[in-house]
Ligand binder design. Structure first.
Ligand code: UT7
Length: 334
C-alpha cells in the first residue's frame, strides 16, 4: 500500500513495558519430548529458549502486566483508549481488551482487540495513531499479547520449538509530527491468498508451511521497510536500528542483508523468547531500551510479517524516555 500519514496531531511513543511468564523451556528441555536437537533449532531459528505461560496465566494476565509497567513508567494523566493486538484471545467472545482495561482501573474507556497475526502490534499502532489524529483520543495504551505456544500440536516438532508467550506495551500520546518518538508514515498490507500458509482452527492445531512463509516474510518485511524509510525521507544507510518481528534469526538476517542494514544495527531477542507474535516488537523495544541498545535519536525502523498474510513497517526516531524507570530483570517484568 501507499504509505499513509495521519493528518492531525502525531502519535508519540512515551513509554514501554513488557511481561514474560516465569517458566522457561530450553531447547534441551524440548529434546526430552520431541525428535529434535538443540543444534537443529539453533541453526534453523536462532532460538535457544522461550517463556511459556502456565494454565493459570491468560493472555489478559500478560497484557495487564505489560500495560501496567508502561503506565507506571510514563504516568499519563489520562488514558483515552486501549488496544490489545492478539491472535490468542482468552475467549472467542468477549474481546480481551475490556477486561484488561478494567483490571487497570480504566473501566469506561474504549477498549478493543485487533487480530493481524504477528503484524498485530503495528496494525494497533496505526489504528491508535488514527484515534489520536482524529482527536478521538489524546493517549492510547497499545498492547501486543500472545500465548502462541498454545497453538502448535504438542508433538509437532516442526512448530513447537518456534513459539513463546509474552506481552509488550507502549503508551502513545498526542504530540507533533517530527518530534522524537512520533510515529512516521505507516506501511501496512495483507494478502489473503496466503491465508492457508499459517493457520490454526483452534489451539493445538497450527499448520505452517515453513519454507513458503520464510520467503514471504523476507520479501514483505524488506519491501515494507524500504517504503517506510523512503516515506520518512530516510536513506536505508541512515537507519540506526532495525527492529524486525522476531520470527527467526535467519529471516531477520536476510531482511537486514536485503536492506543493506549492517547486522550490528539489527536488534534481536529471538534467542531468549522465540516468536511471541504480536508481543514480539514491543518486547524487543522494551528489552533494547533497558539494556541501552536503543538510544535517544536512533533512527528506528519497525517491521513485521504474520499470518493473514499481513505485513507492515513504520519509522520513528527513538525518544528520550530517561524519565522512564528501567524495567526490572534486564528489561522485562517477570
Ligand atoms: O511470523 C512468521 C512465523 N513463521 C516463521 O517464522 C517460520 C518461517 N519458516 C522457518 O523459519 C523455517 O522454514 C523453519 C525453521 C520452520 C524450518 O526450517 P527449514 O530449513 O525450512 O526446514 P524444513 O521445513 O525444510 O525441514 C527440513 C528438515 C525436514 O526433514 P526432511 O524432510 O528433510 O527429512 C524436517 O522434517 O528438517 C526436519 N525438521 C526437524 N528436524 C529436527 C523439521 N523440524 C525439525 C526439528 N528438529 N524441530
Amino acid at each position: 500500500m501507499t504509505p499513509t500519514t495521519a493528518r492531525g496531531p502525531a502519535a508519540v511513543v512515551s513509554a514501554v513495558g513488557s511481561a514474560l511468564p516465569p517458566d522457561v523451556v530450553s531447547n534441551n528441555d524440548l529434546t526430552a519430548r520431541l525428535d529434535t536437537t538443540d543444534e537443529w533449532i539453533r541453526s534453523r531459528t536462532g532460538i535457544t529458549r522461550r517463556h511459556i505461560a502456565g494454565a493459570d496465566q491468560s493472555t489478559a494476565d500478560l497484557a495487564v502486566r505489560a500495560a501496567a509497567q508502561a503506565l507506571t513508567n510514563s504516568e499519563p494523566e489520562y488514558v483515552d483508549a486501549l488496544v490489545v493486538a492478539t491472535t490468542t484471545p482468552d475467549r472467542c467472545c468477549p474481546a480481551t481488551a475490556p477486561a484488561v482495561a478494567t483490571r487497570l482501573r480504566l473501566t469506561g474507556i474504549p477498549a478493543y482487540d485487533l487480530a493481524a497475526g504477528c503484524t498485530g502490534f503495528l496494525y494497533a499502532l496505526a489504528t491508535s495513531a488514527g484515534l489520536i489524529a482524529a482527536g478521538t483520543a489524546r493517549t492510547v495504551l497499545v498492547v501486543g499479547a500472545d500465548r502462541l505456544a498454545s497453538l502448535p500440536h504438542p508433538e509437532d516438532r516442526t512448530t513447537v520449538p518456534l513459539f513463546g508467550d509474552g506481552a509488550g506495551a507502549v503508551v502513545l500520546r498526542q504530540g507533533c509530527e517530527g518530534e522524537p518518538g512520533a510515529l512516521g508514515p505507516m506501511v501496512l498490507g495483507s494478502d489473503g491468498t496466503g491465508a492457508d500458509l499459517i493457520r490454526a482452527a483452534r489451539p493445538g492445531a497450527l499448520h505452517m508451511d515453513g519454507a513458503d512463509v520464510f520467503r514471504h516474510a523476507v520479501d514483505r518485511m524488506s519491501a515494507a521497510s524500504r517504503q517506510a524509510a523512503t516515506a520518512a525521507g530516510w536513506d536505508l544507510a541512515d537507519v540506526d536500528r532495525l527492529v524486525p518481528h522476531q520470527a527467526n534469526s535467519r529471516i531477520t538476517s536476510f531482511v537486514a542483508r536485503q536492506l543493506g542494514v549492517p547486522e550490528g544495527r539489527q536488534l534481536s531477542n529471538v534467542a531468549e523468547v522465540g516468536n511471541t507474535g504480536a508481543a514480539s516488537i514491543p518486547l524487543l523495544l522494551a528489552r533494547a531500551f533497558a539494556d541501552g541498545r536503543l538510544k535517544p535519536g536512533h533512527r528506528t525502523l519497525l517491521t513485521a510479517f504474520g499470518a493473514g498474510l499481513t505485513w507492515g513497517a513504520v519509522a520513528l526516531t527513538w525518544p528520550d524516555l530517561s524519565r522512564t524507570r528501567l524495567p526490572e530483570g534486564a528489561g522485562h517484568d517477570r
